[in-house]
Design a protein around this ligand. Structure first.
Ligand code: ADP
Ligand code: ZN
Ligand code: MG
Length: 524
């Protein structure tokens, strides 16, 4: 092994007398050369968008409320208060379980998870331990063109905790913390995957696919940056071909898809280095430090919490009626995967466009509404692809620049459809279309109005264009010579010159025809 390392490591042959590399470096190179497989299991928490909290009548919508105004004896954890199960939350979790192909056992129960921390009013969280609401499902994920199936171990109910803010007193420099109980008892759903994920990119795709399902079901806003969607990543590595798993590390505190990706990549590299230098991976919980781009130890297995789970004495076990599950199943909306497939078959879109357009129900609805209006306006079949292009490219760019959503754009489906019909009729070309949509986006005006305001027209009239073409031919003798010498691409250059001279308003295919006609006439 060592014999081949320097050859890989230094591209030029070492000078005679080059000192050998230090042993530590050999060890690191050796580990980088050993092929490892990454094993990841994700635990994802999402807040449910129910109107009230999980066990009391307080509003669950806490985001814009004054601190500690959405509280009652139950979510404050006062002795003597009793929880009541929120039926809507259970219904939402069953919907999620069904969408993830889980079984819904008819018998489920709640358990207390005990730990002392100031964010926990009661000193325990009501969760589910051995009898979760949903078990044994899967989710299919697309990774770099390949479909992978990730097993889902369980989906269970939990409740959120109070929000702590850690501050510093400017006068004394001392730290203190504030507690806001509004979030206590907001329904949470926890979904636990099997250790089936094999790369950071697959983890990212898995999270996006789950986020999309939650949004289609309408059960969660599933926003990582506002905290309604959170993920802990369990990461281990093992030599390729090995049957047994390596020791796992749980990584926490990522607040974007990008940081999940980065944290996993970093953690895999760290573990490979530990193994490579002859060490062992310690089972522990690590925190992701966004600014530094590293994970750092939070607590080891020995210091791990012992939650002393026991059955929740204040709640009865939950019997889930299979008839109710069947009823919920009947009412499930079309899910992202089905809709993506339908977009490829019914609208003839490429898989890539279909998956972008169906990422959120809002965007998919926007697209389909645009198609409907365009067809009403007399558009032909090709409008499906044109609508996808304009939506994803031009509107996508404008929405990005303004940090808004495409489907909430001032260019409503009706207005985009109107523009598509105009483009299809050929009175506007692509460059004018781009100017029109930009103006529509910023002013909220209709396509017709913008076309009139900006005086946008596509010049397709041969007589009108002939003069400009002749001028382009006169001023570019080299291109003309090239063309006459058989270099046909020189005509494209001349088309470009005419487009420039007409500020993009000429119809490029008409221009190309006239150019070829005039040049061919010169040959004779
Ligand atoms: P714990 O007892 O620590 O809660 P679990 O076995 O319940 O561990 O698994 C928790 C999560 O860790 C699951 O998502 C599971 O898929 C994942 N996991 C388990 N073992 C490994 C491993 N060796 N490597 C990566 N992830 C793992
Ligand atoms: Zn309450
Ligand atoms: Mg576990």
């Amino acid at each position: 092994m060592r014999g081949i390392v320097p050859a890989l490591f230094v591209s030029a042959p070492p000078h005679p007398g080059t000192p050998p590399l230090p042993d530590k470096l050999y060890a690191i190179i050796e580990v980088l050369m050993t092929e490892y497989e990454t094993v990841i299991g994700l635990e994802v928490h999402a807040q449910l968008r129910t109107s009230s909290k999980m066990y009391c009548a307080c509003p669950a919508d806490y985001q814009d409320s004054e601190p500690n105004t959405r509280v009652c004896p139950v979510c404050l954890g006062l002795p003597g208060s009793l929880p009541v199960i929120n039926r809507e939350a259970i219904r939402s979790i069953i919907m999620i379980g069904l969408a993830l192909h889980c079984s819904i056992p008819s018998h489920s129960k709640f358990d207390r998870k005990n730990y002392p921390y100031p964010d926990l009013m009661k000193g325990y969280q009501i969760s589910q331990y051995d009898l979760p609401l949903c078990v044994d499902g899967y989710m299919d994920v697309n990774v770099e063109g390949e479909r992978r199936r990730v097993g889902i171990e369980r989906v269970h109910m939990e409740e959120d905790v109070a929000k702590l803010s850690h501050l510093t007193d400017p006068a004394t420099g001392e730290g203190y913390s504030l507690v806001d109980v509004n979030r206590s008892g907001v329904p949470l759903v926890e979904m636990v995957s099997r250790p089936d994920i094999r790369s950071a990119e697959e983890a990212r795709q898995y999270l996006m696919a789950y986020q999309s399902i939650l949004r289609y079901l309408g059960v969660s806003t599933a926003n990582m940056d506002e905290g309604s969607f959170r993920c802990d990543a369990n990461v281990s590595i093992r030599p390729k071909g090995s049957e047994t798993f390596g020791t796992k590390v749980e990584v926490k505190n990522m607040n974007s898809f990008r940081s999940v990706f980065r944290a996993i990549e970093h953690e895999v590299e760290r573990q490979a280095k530990v193994l490579g230098s002859g060490g062992r991976v310690v089972q522990e919980t690590r925190g992701w430090l966004e600014d530094k781009g590293v994970t750092t130890s939070l607590r080891s297995k020995e210091e791990a919490n012992d939650y002393r789970y026991f059955p929740e004495p204040d709640l009865p076990p939950l019997n889930v009626d299979p008839a109710w599950v069947a009823e919920i199943s009947e009412l499930l909306p079309e899910l992202p995967e089905e809709r993506r497939l339908r977009f490829t078959t019914e609208h003839g879109l490429p898989a890539y466009d279909a998956s972008l357009l169906t990422a959120t129900p809002g965007l998919a609805d926007y697209y389909e509404a645009t198609l409907r209006h365009a067809r009403e306006g007399g558009s032909a079949d090709g409008v499906a692809k044109a609508a996808a292009n304009w939506t994803l490219t031009e509107l996508g760019r404008l929405a990005n620049e303004t940090h808004t959503e495409i489907h909430e754009s001032p260019v409503t489906p009706e207005r985009l459809a109107e523009l598509l019909v105009i483009l299809e009729n050929g009175t506007l070309g692509t460059p004018q279309g781009k100017r029109a949509i930009e103006e529509m986006f910023h002013t909220g005006k209709s396509a017709q109005a913008v076309v009139a305001d900006l005086g946008l027209v596509q010049i397709s009239d041969t007589d009108e264009l002939a003069g400009t073409v002749a001028q382009a031919i006169d001023s570019n003798p080299q291109a003309v010579a090239d063309y006459l010498a058989g270099k046909e691409t020189a005509a494209k250059f001349l088309v470009g010159q005419v487009m420039k001279a007409t500020r993009g308003n000429a119809n490029p295919s008409v221009v190309a025809d006239i150019i070829v006609e005039q040049l061919d006439a010169m040959k004779g």
